[in-house]
Write a protein that binds this ligand. Structure first.
Ligand SMILES: [Zn+2]
Length: 71
């Protein structure tokens, strides 16, 4: 059976794809976001290998700007 991806609470089938009764996380969306992020990582790696030369310099500048936004 499934467990809540956020708090780890055991979920009944009726809770799955709905909200966790313990932490109120939207279980379905939480799982979906995780998968989308994994897919995005994979896509980024493939893109990196496909267009290595110009992507390297582009990634450097975008990493710098996102880091300054985060802090
Ligand atoms: Zn939970």
């Amino acid at each position: 059976m499934a467990n809540c991806p956020k708090c780890g609470a055991h979920l009944r089938m009726i809770d799955w794809k709905q909200r966790c009764p313990h932490c109120k996380a939207n279980v379905f969306l939480y799982d979906l976001q995780e998968r989308l992020m994994l897919d995005a990582d994979k896509a980024e790696v493939q893109h990196y290998h496909f267009q290595k030369k110009w992507t390297v310099s582009k990634r450097r500048s975008s990493a710098r700007s996102s880091r300054s936004r985060a802090s």
